[in-house]
Design a protein around this ligand. Sequence first.
Ligand code: HEC
Ligand code: CU
Length: 398
Amino acid sequence: MARGHVETRPLRRPWTRRRAPARRSPAAHPARDVTSLALLAPLAQPRAIADQSALRVAGPAAARIGELWDFLLVTGGVVSAVTIGLLLYALFRRRRADELPPEADRPADPRGERANDESGGRGRAGEGRPASERAGARWMVLAGIAVPAVVLTVVLVLTLRTLAAVVAPADAIASETPRPGEHVIEVTGRQFWWEVRYLDADAGRVFETANELRIPVGRPVILRLRSIDVIHSFWVPGLQGKMDLVPGRTNVLRIEADRPGVWRGQCAEFCGVQHAKMAMVVVAEPPERYERWAAGQRRPAPTPADPAADADRRAFLASGCVYCHAVRGTPAGGDLGPDLTHVASRLTLAAGVLPNRPGNLYGWIADPQAHKPGSRMPALPLAPDQLHAIARYLGTLR
Ligand code: HEC
Ligand SMILES: [Cu+2]
């Protein structure tokens, strides 16, 4: 089902989005009803890969944040409604007083009396107001202090409680080598992609991918978040709150999905020219499927027996690609770009920019700067048959 959402659409300006809902049938995207509300449409992401809504949550952390959001929405709504109501009431009252006929108003006008009265008209002006009105004003001032104080205190307490429930446990912070049964993934922010390493107590079982996290459903997963260049921020709204990736330190976040699915995430801290195209996907699968996938990822790339396929492999190894990319099981060991050992098994290319299809792989290799101007991958001058051979080879790396 998740793959059904894999598609790119050209980025459209919010004001040109209006016609979009008419084109897709609601039956095709039953889960999309919330974002198709006209009110939310300008806020909704252009649908690229998967769900990136903070309102449709999956997992305990996102659920707690969702509850806090609901509370803040209702509280904010009530406070706004009461404030607007009082404002309208005040406007209405003022107009009633002004509407008094001038002849009835003039003798009672305090300014008129003060002008003739040497002993001072101020006291009399106050006396002119009914006692009930003065008591009402005092009450309003007190309530105007007390009510916001109470509301803000409650919001603060609930926010701190949510924060406490959402952060990773203190003992998770030290564990670079996971304990048995513990899932720890190291996510390193790079301009402009995510390096993803699945840690293991047994160093031989560690493997690396990019721009995609796979997690087993119903198991907490600890993320060790790091950066090697500038500050990035990890944010998968459907699963967790934001957490920065700061050079020189490791931040820890715990995510968990309570059902299978694909969630889209996005770097949430401006990190340079292609920040907007630094997305990722999180795929949650039943544990046994996850284990099967992980076992596949641990395997190095095979050496093809077929001579033609092996020629493609050698074309790749003879190219400049190997200075930046690693393919385990081959001499290619660069680490300036994503590990390509199983690149064909990913849902997207170049951090969510392109759905991973053979045509897009060709297009990316031929001219990465056309898809992601300013990306750290240059367009290498490749002869057409070289390009084909390399793309064919990468296409076999499932
Ligand atoms: C100077 C280093 C460098 C060279 C040389 C280079 N790449 Fe890259 N490559 C990168 C970087 C950095 C990225 C990540 C780009 C991004 O997403 O912003 C990347 C991304 C990719 C991706 C997408 C991987 C993914 O998981 O999304 C593929 C495929 C790829 N490169 C293939 C190649 C091939 C094939 C060659 C040789 C023709 C090559 N690269 C040469 C640095 C390089
Ligand atoms: Cu960024």
